[in-house]
Design a protein around this ligand. Structure first.
Ligand code: UDP
Ligand code: MG
Length: 317
């Protein structure tokens, strides 16, 4: 039995030594064959140096270093594509995903009929209330309008069996939203809750604007409902316009053609213009995704690695 641990790292030079030590301790407990895949996502600090040093003294460490920052989604995908274990885990570099949970997770997969053990935060303690409110709303909306089951508070930290990872790797779409992909592939998932942990060193790469973009991307990647809303709005406005047309014609026939109604005309023009622009924007968002998908650009480009069989450029098909 072999265990693969995937760690996406972006400017994590400070956190990696702590994580490595902790992982090393945990692996000793479960005593199994293991590989540690650290994906350096184009870090601007010493991350790659730290990883190279680790790789020199520990042959279980494999580093994949991207030619630039491709984002966490690409980094996780690179890890999943190149992991060779029977059990595969993804975890953050900042110790917010405690490695000490691994033995318990492995035990669940080995003794019970599950394909995956996923984790979620029990609470959102220490987070600004406004951010929590938006997060809650996001999960409520996306679960209503998409067919992927996306759990509130779910982290990307999870341990999966080979079959599930093969399914995820087979989903080679360029626009990746892992929280959706994990849910979309299905398989039996056991949820573990744990208390939110603060990051051990360095700083978060997410601000409010980035999170908002991430949320909109998630919805567009996993739901066609915004497109339906746009069409329904079109239908509704056509019906309204038709009713108004009848009203105007009847009024003209009954009362002649009094010259007023400038204000209402302007209101209608502005309203229709607004709705049309909004709908074009929604369609444009999807078009943009199709444009990127249709180019089949690589998910990532690896410039340096010590892995023997690593595919350096991963094309999306
Ligand atoms: N990360 C990455 N590429 C990026 C941004 C983040 O690989 O462009 C990694 C980062 O190094 C960390 C994980 O993704 O291991 C989660 O990032 P972070 O801790 O900043 O997010 P948070 O926990 O605050 O949501
Ligand atoms: Mg973090």
């Amino acid at each position: 039995m072999k265990l693969s641990l995937i760690v996406p790292c972006y400017n994590e030079a400070q956190a990696i030594p702590f994580l490595y030590e902790e992982i090393d301790k945990v692996i000793k407990q479960i005593s199994c064959e293991c590989e540690l895949l650290f994906v350096d996502d184009g870090s601007k600090d010493n991350t790659l140096m730290v990883l190279k040093e680790l790789a020199q003294k520990d042959s279980r460490v494999i580093y994949l270093s991207f030619s630039r920052n491709f984002g966490k989604e690409a980094a996780m995908y690179a890890g999943l594509c190149n992991a060779t274990g029977d059990y595969i885990a993804v975890m953050d570099a900042d110790m917010q995903d405690p490695p000490s949970l691994l033995p318990q997770m492995l035990d669940i997969l080995q003794t019970e009929e599950y394909d995956c053990v996923a984790t979620r935060r029990q609470d959102r303690e220490g987070e600004p209330p406004i951010r929590s409110w938006f997060a809650k709303k996001f999960y409520a909306i996306i679960n209503k309008i998409s067919d992927a089951d996306i759990v509130d508070g779910a982290r990307d930290f999870r341990l999966m069996k080979r079959d599930m990872v093969d399914a995820i790797v087979a989903m080679s779409e360029y626009n990746r939203f892992s929280k959706g992909i994990f849910g979309w592939v299905g398989f039996k998932t056991h949820w573990l809750s744990y208390k939110n942990v603060e990051r051990i060193a360095g700083e978060t790469k997410w601000n409010f604007w980035k999170l908002t973009k991430y949320a909109i991307d998630g919805i567009i990647n996993f739901s066609q409902v915004p497109l339906s809303i746009a069409s329904w709005m079109g239908i509704l406005m056509t019906i309204t316009a038709f009713a108004m047309l009848i009203f105007v014609v009847v009024r003209k026939l009954l009362f002649g053609d009094p010259v007023d109604g400038w204000a209402s005309t302007i209101c209608v023009i502005l309203f229709v213009g607004g709705v049309q622009t909004f709908c074009t924007g929604v369609a444009g968002q999807y078009l943009g995704k199709i444009y990127l998908e249709s180019k089949h650009r690589p998910h990532y480009i690896i410039s340096q690695t010590n892995g023997a069989h690593v595919e350096k450029v991963k094309r999306s098909h």
